[in-house]
Design a protein around this ligand. Sequence first.
Ligand code: APR
Ligand code: PHB
Length: 389
Amino acid sequence: MRVHVAIIGGGPSGLLLGQLLLRHGITSVILERQTRQHVLGRIRAGVLESGTVKLLRQANASDRLDNEALIHNSVSLALENQVLEIPLKEFTNTAVTIYGQTELTHDLYDARDATEARTIFEVSDVTLHGLNEDEPYVTFRDDNSVCRVDCDFIAGCDGFHGISRKSIPSYHRQEFEKIYPFGWLGVLSKTPPVSDTLIYARSELGFALCSMRNANLSRYYIQCPLTDKAADWSDDAFWTELRRRLPQSIADSLISGPAIEKSIAPLRSFVTEPMQYGRLFLCGDAAHIVPPTGAKGVNTAVSDVYYLYLGLSQYYRDGEETGLEKYSERALARVWKAVRFSWWFTNLMHDFPDQSSFDRKLQQAELSFLLENRAAQAVLAQNYVGLPY
Ligand code: APR
Ligand code: PHB
């Protein structure tokens, strides 16, 4: 098999890249380790920046989103018993779009199905070859036979646990990481959302988030110790703890129900540099991870895809290589700003068990400044809606 670009990973990054490349006649194959059902079973943050929505439209994967997504012009912070509404649209002239990542991935698969592009599921032993040659190739097992894809470029869209980042020699990579001393226990319930905005809550008991997928599907999170297991939390215990972390008026109006999904996610910040090596280019979680506090995971994956799509389309159209040569530099410039915001928001809104008294005072001062200073609120808004590409 020969294609222009071999894409490793059939998550949001790989699917979106494949769709955008097709607009310029650039062929790709996606090699995905899991089944399609497994990929579509993942529950992830559902806040999309305007740049993400724009690229989904260009990828012909936005019809359902345009009909079903919710548009939010503000986001709320519940700090102890105060609720601060951040008017995103007023500060930035931009809103955010609430649409589950599961739906986004579903739509991208449906869009790809409508093309001739191939996606091969349940592959194993994916191996990248000739990364510093003009003719790299990928080998993999499919139904126990060894297959090969010859290509011009390889896009490593295979997430944090994928093979692509590790295919860059360790002496050529520098990794930056921060592990947070807590996780998020998340629940999905067929209940109406408690509010028409997302509510990020900070209380003495820890962080909570009230989010949603649609008018009848809510997503809630509470900060929990890393030693907790989702099975340790009954539905009642979750709802009780969530209510304890919300202002009384919000807690009183919360409608609970059976959890149709319950899981714990650890929080980390991670970046690998550079995001390219020879003919290999990393996108999304393969190159960086952010804590979900700022909902930047998929949106930063999308901006990576945008820069790579620009570089590849320029190369195939004009033979110009600048976009590809500068890919890592351009992508990382935005990645680090998203990593910074996600780290800042996480530090602001969570209870750090071993925090020094000095750091606790700093956190309180940061919260007070945000509550009283509109310029600080505007800066939060600019980061939350998404910085320019
Ligand atoms: N070979 C083939 N596929 C692989 C391999 C491999 N060796 N390793 C991992 N994969 C697949 C995974 O099964 C997954 O479907 O690569 C895909 C990577 O998808 P994601 O992890 O979703 O990463 P990405 O597409 O960059 O999307 C980033 O989605 O995962 C969320 O929180 C993340 O919001 C962020 C966004
Ligand atoms: C979600 O809806 O799952 C969600 C929303 C916002 C976040 C994180 C998760 O910051």
